[in-house]
Ligand binder design. Structure first.
Ligand code: G3I
Length: 333
């Protein structure tokens, strides 16, 4: 079959994958990615925690090495991410930072320093940045708080991050990335994201696109026409603000599908097709990135919050652990 990147090119779509440090050492997996993809994102190596685990101590090498490989393969690179709004995923030292007698100035200075250092280091290597990741609390739709928002204000802090990124990555696409989904349980999340985007647009914040993480799958209501309608309404509103769309972290959580492999793989493919038919119908959507391409590499295998109750391994990606194509691969194609 024709590689996904070839099929994508015909539609004006880039096809990418998130690769983690461990599988970056696996030549077979890298070959699969090089065959199918023309875009790369580092699964963890571009995060603040990884880049600056202790203040002033930078670890750029793992990301540099991945981006250099991407370049050698003719792939574009996405940067993930400059600010992860959830305090849980900020470096510990940032959460414990002493902001001193002028906390507003100090918070702005620390945020600026991080974004400037990262953008200046990677320079033109980055085609597109997730400037802010997951700022909306899915349960309430309100903005999450952290050491920066507490001192600068939540919308103000997000706005600042985009402005600093714009100055120091003048050519990169600037993206707000989040995991709102089409199902009923995600209603507050979608509403919160829409509100945030409206607020940013009305401030003139240089946000250019919404990253649809697209960790789809086994939620309370599984796929179907109703979800397609809800999703279309959401995407209409986003694109109505003049924003582009990207699928940034695609995989399909199969925990509510039956254990039987053939039945499960077929169910996963149907869920994907329902979702992607709507999403790809928007000409504003020009990038499709998977969050892992083979089942064994998926973060979902280790996600303890919502495992399969039968203890079977998840099958969330287009290829199995032997890197054989699954029905999901056909659905994406
Ligand atoms: O590499 C260390 C290892 O040395 C250590 O022994 C081990 C002990 O826990 O941890 C390893 O690091 C783990 C890392 O993944 C690499 O496997 C971290 O603990 C673990 O927290 C980290 O999880 C990542 C998670 O983001 C948090 O950063 C997942 O791989 C990654 O897939 C996931 O990706 C997120 C996106 O960034 C944002 N959207 C949701 C998506 C899925 O949760």
């Amino acid at each position: 079959p024709e590689p996904l990147k070839v099929l994508g090119k015909r539609k004006g779509l880039h096809v990418g994958n998130a690769i983690g440090g461990r599988y970056f050492r696996d030549s077979g997996y890298k070959a699969l990615m090089a065959r199918e993809c023309d875009m790369l994102v580092a699964e963890n190596e571009g995060k603040w925690k990884a880049l600056e685990p202790r203040p002033g101590e930078y670890h750029f090498e793992p990301a540099d090495e991945m981006y250099a490989w991407a370049k050698s393969q003719g792939m574009l690179v996405r940067g993930h991410n400059l600010i992860w709004q959830d305090a849980k995923w900020l470096p510990k030292w940032v959460n414990e930072y002493d902001f001193g007698a002028q906390p507003v100035q100090a918070a702005e200075a620390l945020l600026r320093k991080h974004i400037v250092t990262v953008c200046d280091h990677f320079g033109g290597a980055i085609h597109s940045y997730d400037v802010v990741n997951e700022a909306v609390d899915p349960k309430t739709g309100a903005l999450r708080t952290n050491v920066f928002t507490e001192r600068l204000g939540a919308v103000e802090q997000i706005d600042l991050a985009f402005r600093v990124a714009r100055e120091h990555a003048p050519k990169a696409q600037l993206v707000y990335n989040d995991y709102m989904r089409p199902d009923d349980g995600s209603k507050k999340h979608r509403e919160g994201v829409l509100k945030l985007l409206h607020d940013l647009k009305s401030r003139g914040t240089p946000v250019q696109a919404l990253g649809l993480q697209s960790h789809i799958g086994s939620w309370d209501d599984l796929g179907g026409a109703k979800q397609q309608q809800v999703w279309r309404k959401f995407l209409d509103e986003v694109t109505g603000m003049g924003l582009d769309l990207l699928v940034t972290e695609f995989d399909v959580n199969d925990r509510k599908l039956p254990g039987d492999v053939a039945v499960r793989d077929a169910g996963v493919a149907v869920l994907a097709k329902d979702y992607l038919d709507v999403t790809f119908s928007y000409p504003q959507c020009r990038d499709f990135l998977m969050w892992g391409m083979a089942d064994n590499v998926s973060w979902l295998q280790g996600w303890k919050e919502a495992p399969r109750t039968d203890g079977l391994a998840m099958r969330p990606t287009p290829f199995d652990e032997q890197m054989r194509a699954k029905p999901l691969r056909d659905a994406i194609a």
